[in-house]
Write a protein that binds this ligand. Structure first.
Ligand code: ZN
Ligand code: ZN
Length: 239
């Protein structure tokens, strides 16, 4: 299948981020073989949250049950290997250089969506968490957007709740955990604006939903959520 993703060019000499072989010059820091293994989302997705669906419905079961606050969320990949490994290396292994190609992939994908945005906000970490990790992975994933002239803002929203790690929580608990977790410091920056949020992984949508609620209370027109990887509902139900 033809890749949906167009891209910038990396000359030869770069090493593939996945297998380490020297790339022959290419669109991303991946060799052709590894590029083909990226878990691209193809086919029909929920018009609201981006969940892959196979029914005739426009909405997935989650969104049908409870309509999210955000306008629309999208992601180029499912949360599966080798994307999971790359995200892990970035977040927990401090391999910040991985973010550059991931950010490029995200930008190229976003450019194909034909969505107008006025401001791009990487989902903030709580200051304590950011101090531990020493960086915010979402900010790194927004780097290419900044370089392409998008209005990337990392100061107007803060995370006020240092939420415990969400991995082990159910969808309902994640939602409670995320309630009023964010605060908008400069409301004029989002009022009547189309906002694009950037995060690494979409799990249950609780983070985007909470942030969207907060932004909409401050008058944001549309809130879009872009993540690198979307966790499939069947994987959440299993866990
Ligand atoms: Zn490779
Ligand atoms: Zn949905």
């Amino acid at each position: 299948m033809e890749s949906k993703l167009t891209s910038v060019f990396y000359p030869s000499g770069y090493k593939c981020l996945i297998c380490g072989c020297e790339i022959d010059g290419g669109n991303f820091e991946f060799c052709n073989k590894c590029f083909k293994t990226l878990p691209q989302i193809v086919g029909k997705t929920c018009v609201k949250c981006g969940e892959p669906i196979c029914s005739d419905s426009e909405l997935c079961l989650f969104c049908k049950k409870e309509m999210p606050s955000f306008t629309k969320c999208f992601a180029p990949f499912t949360f599966s290997p080798p994307i999971t490994n790359l995200i892990y290396r970035l977040k927990y292994n401090g391999e910040k250089f991985v973010a550059k190609t991931l950010s490029n992939l995200l930008l190229k994908f976003f450019m194909e969506q034909n969505v107008d945005v006025d401001i791009v906000i990487p989902v903030p970490l709580h200051l304590k968490r950011e101090a531990e990790r020493k960086f915010n992975q979402s900010e790194l994933l927004a780097q290419s957007f900044k370089e392409h002239g998008f209005n990337v803002d990392v100061t107007c929203v803060v995370r006020t709740k240092n939420t415990t790690t969400q991995t082990a929580l159910s969808k309902q608990l994640r939602k409670q955990n995320m309630e009023e977790a964010f605060k908008v410091l400069v409301k004029s920056k989002v009022k009547n604006k189309n906002v694009l949020l950037i995060d690494d992984v979409y799990t249950t949508g609780a983070t985007f939903n909470s942030l969207s609620n907060t932004l909409k209370k401050c008058g944001a027109k549309n809130v879009y959520g872009l993540s690198l990887a979307h966790t499939k509902m069947e994987d959440i139900v299993k866990s």
